[in-house]
Design a protein around this ligand. Sequence first.
Ligand code: EPU
Length: 423
Amino acid sequence: MAEERLGGTIVIEGGHPLRGSVSVSGSKNATMGAMAAALLVAEDCTLENVPDIGDVLHMAEVMRSLGAAVERLTPHSLRINAANLHSWSPPTELVGNLRGSFLVMGALLARLGQAACSPPGGDVIGQRPIDVHLAGFAALGARVSREGEKFVAQADGLKGASIFADYPSVLGTQNLMLAAATARGHTTIVNAAAEPEVQSLAAMLNGMGARICGAGTHAVEIDGVEGLRGASYRIVPDRLEAGTFAIAAAITQGEAEILAVCSEHLLSLLAKLREAGVRVEVDGDRLHVCGGGELRAVTIQALPYPGLATDLQAPMAVLLTQAHGVSYVHERVFDNRLLYVSELRKMGAEVVTTGTTTAIISGPTPLMGASVRALDVRAGAALILAGLAARGRTEIADIYHVDRGYERIDEKLCSLGAVIERV
Ligand code: EPU
């Protein structure tokens, strides 16, 4: 993605049903883990199906600051070589650009015996502690301390351990897998996150010679190996982009085919869409979504996988503004991920919140074009969905948030018949 393409405002003329087919890119969050894994070896790692998005650029900058060579072979493939690492402490300003940057911590600790990193950036969606990561590093035998703004972990050889994670943190589980892959002996992570991005990292690491099983369950078992090797890995499809397109087809009362998806990763979303009255069929790696029927109010709960992804909570809430009846939206992963509601209200949605984790939506309400702001990547995507369904013109500022996680979302939606311009 060329730097100058990032950001700006997008202007949507709503009311056009989406029709046709669109392909999903590789997963943003799986790419973060795969890039960090390449720091574990001095050999080339090649990643295919890498999404062309802002967070990949940001992660590449973090990796380069450590001495890794990150080279784009094609628009969707990267070659990473970490033979000449010269730093174990990425600059704070780079780490602050994205949450996934903190994954370098586990990889550097394993590879170099030390790592220092300031608290990572990422979306403002609630408290985002990193105690699971740090307690896990300590359990593996690292000395963990705080020096100024940075967390520091140091070890003279990590040792396998039995770790109980206080919360099934996605990045926490990934960081511990990166650290434990070459630790001496056996590691068990109980209460591990089961998200597909964790499974994806385990597959990449196993391709590099690691011995990890149980990824995708809440108990990950790792037999530490002496060394890893470079590998080629194909990034899994982005379930969140796929879900966003499915909702886009439904909310515009259109009919779309979403290609290159892994439907297994979308079971909770597909069940909720069907319950709300959307027709969805799965055919191998294609989703056929047909809106147009009357939408029914439903209750949704964002939960750790395989529950409904918190990243699809805001997009689903927008769909529910068009459903008949009262819908309840419970966010149970993050403690402040309903900030987009105030923007949605500017477009005419009838939403009340109780506390910071429950929204009650009365529908259907006609949405009207308005000037709104993308507050984070998924909140921004949700407002794009609202703009597609709204009467008139919607202007969404701060689109750089959306570009961090969605590859050319405006162009992809235009290919389905949406009328969107980036200014
Ligand atoms: N938590 C703890 N202790 C920890 C870590 C997390 O209590 O040490 C709690 C958090 O407070 C939060 C919950 O666990 O309430 C979930 O946080 P988690 O650590 O699982 O989230 P994350 O790993 O920081 C990743 C994704 C997010 C996605 C969440 C949940 C990446 C780069 N980010 O974040 O993706 O929402 O998992 O599935 O993988 C996005 O793509 O838009 C995005 C925000």
